[in-house]
Design a binder for this molecule. Structure first.
Ligand code: GLN
Ligand code: ZN
Length: 765
């Protein structure tokens, strides 16, 4: 039987136990001892699940109080000076929490460390802060304690730590202005490597055979200096008394494969779900003393694995490698929910197609048994059940809609473009009669406790449809009246009916399903419950038309319809794996196209399609960018090109890094794009300036993440700066993002000031 193992298990708990314990601890409702005991219970439970499934080792170090990168940064004592950490004392739990959140039950508050997305996932890590001359030391004991904890419970521990080069790559510092790849960071290796070696030696002293050292940056385009550093680093870490399994994931190692296999490490883990093509080259490169950990069960998605197909691919490899072939999920299981057993409400058919973290370990056991050539009767049954489920899924009428597929084929012949922008904008101007520097908002207005309870009561059946509709309409009217009163030019309905910009649409579209407990950690104690896109997507009935039309009926000013774009719906869901993502995206676009057309038919002359996830959909490797950008921009055009030239299409993106993707942004051809810029003082408009972006643009003039009310003069100044970079007649005035997380008083004051700024601009600029 082949050895199998997991690279890491979700730490949050099937019922989000860690979340509740952390939040109680932060609120002073639980002691540190109580929090630690919840952590211990979760670790023991998760190890038991993995060991029971037959995993050869249990990962240790995948448990983190907030984030695994922060956990490591504190272990090696990389604590920024503002947290006043003595370099003799251990780094305590509250210092770790202050780094993550700025404050903790004890210790002086200080600015939290930055947080950013973990590769192409929706998980966020705490960015290590680096400085020249930074020193490192072993400053926390919990990794070693947890190794003992696992051993005491009778498990073989396999510690998991971030590799030094990945840790540096992810880190930032004022002295290293060159971004992730700044070579200056490599100078820190001199100080870092001895501490790594010390940690590994201490681990060796705890009777550990294997350590998993994660270097996912090997799946990125690496500059030569970083590639060159690998040999030096791993030679330094070669003789510490443990065997190293170098783990990579999320993409193809490609040009880094030979480099990785040539390092003095005893094993290599590859993501063969994302990049199956690297299997044979890796086998060819593998040395006699090395194991290959084949990441064959997706750690990023929730569908059952085709074990027959895998068995056929792996059987000859196993013949060749014997015990040197290990099986594993493609990456840590952190990115999938814990256990399907918690899904009592999903129908049995859909349920039979799914596999969460716990089930994925079973899949690995069955695969391993089937590769052994003599599967037990039980394993044969399990394989047979798996086979039937996959066959049923492949043929299910719930998934495959001939109508949608027909439409998709025909869509290739639907024109995706509109009349040229100059002509469109002239017509729109005639229709909308907007002043210079038109003002608008991004869509949502404050989501008060009252609105949230309205939705809750309606969902639970306590509130009738009629009563719910009446109350939501009242809220829309309030928001419309307010916008009219303060003099905004393009109004919105305020989105009171929406809990979440993806879930709301997912619930109204065919082809989506929702779990009850499919939580995945996003950062710290925050979790998300991504929808499942399981089948062909279509729109059975209009989704937003009635609310938008109601809002428009209240006013003579234009009301902007509000939709979530195809790429964002795709990015923030678990997407079916039986067709390319691109096709699913086009189906989403077609469903949205129906809605866009219906909005226009309902008298809505301005329609915004939010695409905050457009940039994060970029593949990790640059060579794959263009293909993605092409279909992503085309999906947007497919959704929006069914309307007449007089209808104004807006889009919104919550960030300001556009440097690499300007041609695609232009290819979307929205009439107006609103983006975040206030925090960067409009500096980031330079991408639009350099590109000579032709369409209208609304650079956000104030930061909605803060309750501070922006100053009129400051906003005027920002817009003047924007006007020095872009044609003034192309500029709009709006906040950075939606207002749903804000309270009413500051929202009122901020928008009144924003309208005043626009008036000043009209008079003076
Ligand atoms: N229309 C959405 C809102 O205003 C946009 C949210 C987003 O960009 N993330 O809330
Ligand atoms: Zn936004």
């Amino acid at each position: 039987m082949s050895i199998f193992h997991s690279l890491g298990f979700p730490r949050i708990g099937a019922q989000r136990e860690l979340k509740w314990a952390l939040e109680d601890y932060w609120a002073g409702k639980k002691s540190q001892a109580e929090l630690e005991s919840v952590g211990r219970e979760l670790r023991a439970r998760h190890w038991a699940v993995q060991a029971r499934a037959g995993s050869a080792f249990v990962p240790v170090g995948d448990f983190a109080w907030y984030d695994q990168i922060l956990q490591w940064s504190t272990l090696i004592g990389a604590v920024p000076p503002r947290f006043a950490q003595s370099d003799k004392q251990p780094v305590g739990l509250d210092t770790l929490f202050r780094m993550a959140r700025g404050r903790a039950p004890t210790g002086t508050p200080a600015a939290a460390c930055e947080m950013t997305k973990w590769f192409d996932t929706n998980y966020h890590y705490i960015v290590p802060e680096l400085a020249p001359g930074q020193t490192y030391r072993v400053a926390r004991e919990d990794l070693f304690e947890q190794i003992r904890e696992a051993a005491n419970l009778g498990y073989r521990a396999k510690p998991v730590i971030p590799g030094p080069l990945t840790w540096l790559w992810l880190g930032k510092g004022d002295a290293f202005g060159g971004g992730a790849q700044d070579e200056g960071k490599l100078e820190l290796l001199d100080a870092l490597l001895p501490v790594y070696a010390e940690v590994l030696k201490r681990i060796a002293g705890l009777n550990v055979e294997w350590v998993q050292i994660d270097e996912p940056i090997l799946a990125l385009d690496l500059p030569p200096a970083w590639r060159a550093a690998f040999a030096r680093v791993y030679e330094h870490l070669a003789n510490t008394g443990v065997k190293l399994l170098l783990a990579t994931y999320f993409d193809d190692l490609d040009d880094n494969l030979a480099l990785a296999a040539g390092l003095p490490v005893q094993g290599l883990h590859l993501d063969l779900v994302r990049a199956p093509g690297q299997l044979l080259p890796a086998v060819a490169l593998l040395r006699e003393d090395q194991v290959l950990s084949a990441g064959v069960v997706s750690g990023r998605n929730i569908w059952r694995t085709d074990l027959d197909k895998l068995g056929a691919v792996l059987a000859p490899i196993q013949k060749k490698l014997g015990d040197r072939l290990w099986l594993a999920p493609s990456c840590s299981l952190l990115h999938v929910p814990v256990d399907l057993a918690a899904e009592a409400e999903l129908d049995p058919e859909l349920l039979s197609w799914l596999s969460f973290a716990t089930q994925k370990l079973d899949e690995l056991r069955w695969l391993s048994l089937s590769l052994s050539g003599e599967p037990s009767a039980q394993a044969r049954d399990a394989l047979q059940t798996q086979r039937r489920a996959l066959q049923a899924r492949a043929q299910s009428r719930r998934i495959h809609s001939p109508v949608v597929q027909q439409r998709l084929r025909e869509s290739a012949h639907v024109p995706h473009s509109r009349e040229p922008f100059e002509q469109r904008i002239a017509r729109q101007q005639k229709q909308l009669k907007l002043p210079a520097y038109p003002t608008t908002t991004i869509g949502s207005f404050p989501q008060t406790a009252q609105i949230r309870s309205l939705r809750r009561n309606w969902r639970s059946g306590q509130l009738s449809d009629a009563a719910y509709e009446k109350d939501i309409r009242a809220e829309i009217e309030r928001v419309v009246r307010f916008q009219e009163e303060i003099g905004l030019d393009v109004l919105v309905h305020g989105e009171p009916e929406r809990n979440d910009m993806v879930e709301y649409f997912g619930e109204l579209l065919a082809g989506f399903a929702f779990t009850q407990n499919g939580w995945v950690q996003s950062y710290g104690s925050r979790c998300v419950k991504p929808p499942l896109i399981f089948g062909d997507v279509s729109r059975p009935a209009p989704m937003t038309q009635a609310w938008s039309m109601y809002a428009q009926s209240l006013t003579d000013k234009p009301v902007k319809g509000m939709l979530t774009g195809p790429v964002t719906l795709l990015q923030w869901s678990f997407v079916r794996d039986d067709q390319p993502r691109e096709l699913t995206c086009r189906q989403l676009a077609l469903a949205l196209r129906d809605e866009v057309n219906d909005l226009e038919a309902g008298g809505i002359g301005v329609i915004q399609i939010d695409e905050p996830a457009f940039r994060e959909g970029l593949p990790l490797r640059r060579r794959a960018w263009q293909a993605y950008l092409d279909w992503a921009a085309e999906s947007f055009r497919l959704a929006t090109s069914g309307v007449g030239p007089q209808t104004q299409i807006h889009t919104h993106m919550c960030y300001s890094e556009f440097n690499d993707i300007m041609p695609a942004i232009a290819a979307m051809d929205a009439d107006v794009i609103t983006i975040e810029t206030s925090r960067s003082n409009m500096e980031l408009l330079s991408a639009f300036e350099a590109f000579e972006y032709p369409n209208d643009i609304g650079p956000g003039v104030y930061d909605i993440h803060s309750p501070n009310v922006p100053d009129v003069g400051w906003m005027v100044d920002l817009m003047k700066r924007a006007g020095s970079r872009l044609p003034r007649e192309r500029l709009w005035v709006n906040p950075d993002c939606g207002l749903k997380t804000r309270a009413w008083p500051e929202t009122e004051a901020a928008l009144v000031a924003m309208v005043a700024a626009a008036r000043t601009l009209r008079e003076t600029a």
